[in-house]
Design a protein around this ligand. Structure first.
Ligand code: F3S
Length: 406
């Protein structure tokens, strides 16, 4: 018996003909005893479980809820949120929204958009979702190996599964919200050890000793297109956590990767000693990664996709070294990381850059004003052309800062 089943009084019910284990409290929720919202949310989780063959629900340590920017959910999404009436029962955090909550005017957000975005934020606040608005919840909420989660932003999911060794599927916004309100998620997919084994080997043949996070982002951009939704097992690379973050974010953007392993680096590899001998092996040369670093005209530079870590903020401040920024330079990080690193942030802003919380270059409508955006992220390289209607160029953080200050 799994630990989350022990002690509970369990019954089996057959929603729509399928077997799903529910405890007494779940039964009461399904019967509507805790209100219509929770009833509907649990029905949604049970229906998801049915589709994916889950036999039970698993309690989660936290939820991360996407569908937060008014730019992406629009009026219908807002109306739906306003019909809900319940509170999150586990720590739950919101994905980036379309503007910094405190500094939206400074970012050039229109009053109309700000009003709608504020309404979305208020709806989530009523539901008990923490308004930290970030794709890097792992910097703000303790998340450890083996934790079950219901996270929805693709880079956060990839980081949680791969770098931390926690367990989450790539939830849709409503599924993650339902899990936050119920405190459980259907136990299938990446919640089960049997589904976490490598499915394709990626042999990187490059001198990676001096690779930056942008190189790892570009590697993820390239490999994501080759592997689709399979679980890759990398050899030949030794990224630090920020490199792993960049790699996973890009794998999830050009592919649908929610979990990857790196030999000698990621935690499940150390514990499981996966045998990859019989897997398809895809070789990747350094030149294939480097050729993504093409030049194009740049009107603005945007860093922090996913949101910056304290170390990335420190690198930006050190590389800027007091130089004056001459092109718009946006840096994105969570409010919690900004507050904890205020001196570093002040040093960056003193040069003329702006460090914004709550939002990012992809979900904010402001970035659509630029024709040519330079980034240091493989994920942003993949998303900016469609989401911001702008050509995107990838460079290292140093190259980005040189372009911003030239
Ligand atoms: Fe995060 Fe926005 Fe990038 S949500 S991963 S900064 S596209």
């Amino acid at each position: 018996m799994q630990p989350w089943c022990s002690g509970a009084s369990l019954t089996f019910r057959e929603p729509r003909g399928d077997l799903m284990q529910l405890d007494n409290n779940d039964e009461r929720i399904i019967a509507g005893e805790q209100g219509e919202t929770k009833q509907k949310m649990l029905e949604l989780l049970v229906a998801l479980g049915k589709v994916f063959g889950a036999e039970q629900l698993v309690p989660i340590r936290s939820a991360q809820v996407s569908g937060a920017s008014y730019k992406t959910i629009g009026e219908y999404g807002l109306q739906w949120l306003n019909t809900l009436d319940a509170k999150a029962v586990v720590p739950a955090i919101l994905n980036p929204i379309g503007m910094p909550r405190e500094r939206w005017q400074e970012m050039g957000i229109s009053k109309d958009f700000a009003k709608k975005q504020q309404a979305v934020v208020e709806a989530y606040a009523r539901l008990g979702i923490a308004l930290e608005c970030t794709c890097t919840p792992y910097y703000l909420r303790e998340t450890t190996y083996g934790d079950h989660l219901a996270w929805s932003e693709s880079s956060a999911v990839c980081y949680a599964n791969s770098v931390i060794g926690a367990r989450t599927n790539r939830e849709g916004g409503p599924g993650a919200l339902a899990a936050a309100l119920i405190g459980k998620t259907p136990c299938y997919g990446f919640h089960l050890a049997k589904n976490r084994k490598p499915q394709v080997a990626i042999s990187v043949k490059a001198d990676t000793a001096k690779w930056s996070t942008a190189d790892y982002g570009a590697l993820g951009y390239h490999v994501g297109k080759l592997v689709g939704n399979r679980i890759p097992y990398f050899t030949g690379i030794h990224p630090e956590p920020d490199g792993l973050k960049a790699l996973g974010a890009a794998l999830a953007a050009t592919g649908a990767v929610a979990l990857y392993h790196v030999e000698g680096v990621t935690p499940e590899v150390q514990k499981n000693h996966y045998n990859v001998a019989g897997l398809e092996t895809i070789p990747v040369e350094g030149t294939e990664v480097r050729k993504l670093f093409k030049e194009c005209p740049v009107e603005a530079v945007a860093l922090g996709c996913p949101h910056c870590s304290p170390e990335e903020l420190a690198i930006i401040a050190r590389l800027l070294n007091g130089r004056v920024v001459r092109k718009p330079l946006y840096v994105f990080a969570s409010q919690g990381v900004i507050v904890a690193n205020q001196e570093t942030v002040d040093a960056i802003e003193k040069c003329g850059a702006r460090v914004f919380a709550d939002t990012c270059m992809v979900v904010s409508p402001v970035m659509e004003e630029y024709n040519g955006i330079m980034v240091n992220s493989g994920k942003a390289l993949a998303y900016v052309p469609d989401m911001c209607k702008s050509p995107a160029r990838i460079g290292t953080t140093e190259e980005c800062l040189n372009v911003a200050t030239e």
